[in-house]
Write a protein that binds this ligand. Structure first.
Ligand SMILES: O=C(O)C1=C[C@@H](OP(=O)(O)O)[C@@H](O)[C@H](O)C1
Ligand SMILES: C=C(OP(=O)(O)O)C(=O)O
Length: 669
């Protein structure tokens, strides 16, 4: 997951390959609750692991459920209709699929519970559900604004519940209220039928189908009359299916269906293959493929897969009632930028009460890209954005995963403008590795590189690693490559000198090197410490002066240039390896300061060192590095010089980030 302040997507040129998507949020949270309410053990395969499921799991654990994980399998011991903890304060983040169903279940289970969430959750309505439960005889208080969480649920007298008349619930604000009642009311259906009636037009109907389908998997056959009346038969009891599999999330698939529809195919790949969800999905958002087809995409599907390719181009404009696919429809709003006319998405009033007011959010952010957008209480019209009119934009994401995900598709714009996604970690709600997955199937003509070159002990490693962290970029410590090559040379029994140049180059070309969370592995051996000795530094400097070795390592270094970008530190990053890098920094500090830093570093590790000797070694190494015939150490012509003798690490980082920001076309936010 990218936990950076922003993530810059360079202009993307094409897409192709296979993605396997994480589990469905809607199925995961329903299955978790049903498994908790049932007796016995349920084995859940491929459960979604994200913020929304984490809050559900934590709540169930607080209520006394025993949970255990074994790879991709989660085992849950059901409570059999009895919570072990009759008092709990539950935090449900911004997960509607946890807040609403748990409210209903806990109201019926009996106990003293508080349910709260993030500030936005306290603006998302729950009044219709609370009204239905209160009418039934469950005491529930609002702890903040009436109609919204946080809530306090007090114990209800199950025997005194008003089940003689149908329980009436409004269905026109969120279908999750009806889902919540359907999931929980089997608890009250021991000796009578329980009837629920929907008041007003029910929205998001396919989500009710998911609920009914999963209830049936847990032994409860709800009878449905149209979308108005639902009967849970007397004697209904949750029976675990034992083992249940969660299919991949169809709403998450919409970004990759959109991608396949609008990206030019990559050579050798036949569009985008999506695995984990397909034509037999029980999720209503699978119908997004119909919308994509209407826009011109070519979609083939099978039981557990989808294949998507560009068909009509530009995409065809659509005018669509999106009530049944409210989540995936946001993807259409960005695809509309590439259409041959204005696209109208209708019947989406619920967008206004989700993670943010999504109609306003989409309008504001599409507008930043340069698009013309019109909207009303329950619709949005997005006009196509012709070439020449795209503006580089920093997309505000409103802590809404879907805003972040769907706007990534704007990086395919014909003007080759980069797109900045602010607060990219908001995707953690349902798809923590969204951007990693995207990067695995897209290509850019130019992946940005930020080079940090400089002499030994200038602090370039610390600076570059921090920059990589802040930008969410890959990190190449090229000095390490030479150090590892030096070590491998010694291990092969060779002296690092010109006489063995060809043999050392062969070794370097096939270096089994891997960077793993700050550790350096050589053929699975952790050599992080071994390559950091002064002697290894000297060997690195000596092998790096051999031209054939440098050539062998060049290709390896180029391979680190992957999306979304690279920070490379070394001595010739800007001059030789990445001459086209948009920002090159040459970092220096006086020999005196560098020797002092190195001295401090060694002493703090308990390694004895003499300051004067260190300084002399350092000056000798500077002279050798600057005078070597191949790629001598010098600033690139277009490098920015940074002398950090009197700067803290933070100050240096801020300075370079400032230069980086200036080199980007985004207006500051
Ligand atoms: O029941 C569900 O799993 C959901 C129902 C939909 O909400 P509404 O019924 O509020 O539209 C949907 O937007 C949400 O992401 C998940
Ligand atoms: C509306 C959404 O979430 P929630 O389940 O919190 O309602 C969503 O995921 O788009």
């Amino acid at each position: 997951m990218y936990a950076t302040e922003f993530l810059d997507l360079p202009a993307l040129a094409g897409a192709g390959g296979t993605v396997r998507l994480p589990g469905s949020k809607s199925i995961s949270n329903r299955v978790l609750l049903l498994a908790a309410l049932a007796s016995g053990t349920t084995e859940i395969h491929d459960l979604l692991d994200s913020d929304d499921t984490r809050v559900m799991l934590e709540s169930l654990a607080q209520l006394g459920c025993t949970l255990s994980r074994d790879g991709a399998v989660l085992r849950i011991e059901g409570l059999g209709g009895q919570v072990k903890q009759r008092q709990a304060d539950l935090f449900l983040g911004n997960a509607g699929t946890a807040m609403r169903p748990l409210t209903a279940a806990l109201a019926l289970l009996g106990g003293d519970f508080q349910l709260r969430g993030v500030p936005r959750m306290h603006e998302r309505p729950i009044g219709d559900l609370v009204d239905a439960l209160v009418q039934l005889g469950c005491p529930i208080d609002y702890l903040g604004n009436p109609g919204y969480p946080p809530l306090r649920i007090r114990p209800a007298q199950v025997s005194a519940l008003q089940l003689d008349t149908p329980i009436r619930v409004r269905g026109d604000v969120s279908s999750q209220f009806l889902t919540a009642l359907l999931l929980a009311l089997p608890l009250a259906a021991g000796n009578r039928d329980v009837v629920i009636e929907v008041v007003g037009e029910l929205i998001s109907k396919p989500y009710i189908e998911i609920t009914l389908n999963l209830l049936a998997r847990f032994g409860i056959q709800v009878q449905r009359e149209e979308w108005r009346r639902f009967t849970i038969p007397q004697g209904s009891r949750y029976v675990t299916p034992g083992r249940i599999h969660v299919e991949a999330d169809a709403s998450s698939a919409s970004y990759f269906i959109g991608l396949g529809a609008l990206a030019a195919p990559l050579p050798g790949a036949n569009g985008i293959r999506i695995e984990g969800v397909g034509s037999d999905s029980i999720q209503g958002d699978i119908r997004f493929i119909d919308a994509a087809r209407q826009m011109g995409a070519q979609v083939d599907s099978g039981p557990n897969w989808l294949d998507v390719r560009r068909g009509a181009w530009p995409l065809k404009a659509i005018d669509l009632d999106c009530n049944a696919i409210p989540d995936a429809a946001m993807t259409l709003a960005v695809m509309a930028l590439y259409a041959d006319g204005p696209c109208r998405l209708r019947n989406i009033a619920s967008w206004r009460v989700k993670e943010t007011d999504r109609i306003d959010a989409m309008e504001a952010e599409l507008h930043k890209l340069g698009a013309t957008v019109e909207s009303g209480p329950d619709f949005i019209v997005v006009h196509p954005l012709p070439a020449g009119q795209w503006t580089p934009a920093a997309i505000h994401t409103y802590d809404d995963h879907r805003v972040a995900m769907c706007f990534s598709l704007a990086a395919f714009n014909p003007d080759r403008r980069p797109v900045r996604i602010l607060d990219p970690k908001c995707v953690a709600k349902t798809f923590p590795d969204y951007f990693e997955t995207l990067f695995s199937v897209v290509a850019a003509d130019e992946v940005p590189v930020l080079c940090v070159d400089g002499p030994t002990a200038s602090g370039k490693g610390t600076l570059a690693a921090e920059l990589a962290l802040r930008l969410g970029y890959h990190y190449l410590d090229s000095g390490t490559l030479y150090r590892v090559a030096g070590l491998a040379t010694r291990r092969a029994g060779l002296e690092p000198e010109p006489a063995h140049e060809a043999a050392i180059a062969d070794l370097a070309r096939a270096l089994p090197l891997c960077f793993d969370a700050g550790r350096v592995l050589l053929a699975d051996e952790d050599v992080t410490d071994a390559i950091r000795t002064e002697a290894a530094g000297m060997d690195a400097s000596r092998v790096s002066a051999l031209p054939a070795v440098r050539t062998a390592l060049t290709e390896l270094q180029h391979s680190f240039r992957r999306l979304p970008g690279l920070v490379a530190d070394g001595r010739d990053m800007g001059t030789v390896i990445f001459p086209d890098a948009p920002l090159k920094v040459y970092l220096t500090a006086s020999a005196e300061h560098r020797a002092e830093r190195r001295h401090k570093q060694l002493i703090s590790k308990g390694i004895p060192a003499i300051l004067a000797d260190l300084r002399a070694d350092l000056e000798a190494r500077d002279a050798r590095d600057s005078n070597r015939s191949v790629a001598p150490l010098k600033p690139a012509q277009d490098a920015r010089l940074l002398d950090n003798s009197f700067l803290s690490i933070d100050q240096s980082v801020e300075q370079v980030l400032d230069w980086w920001r200036q080199a980007q076309p985004f207006e500051t936010h």
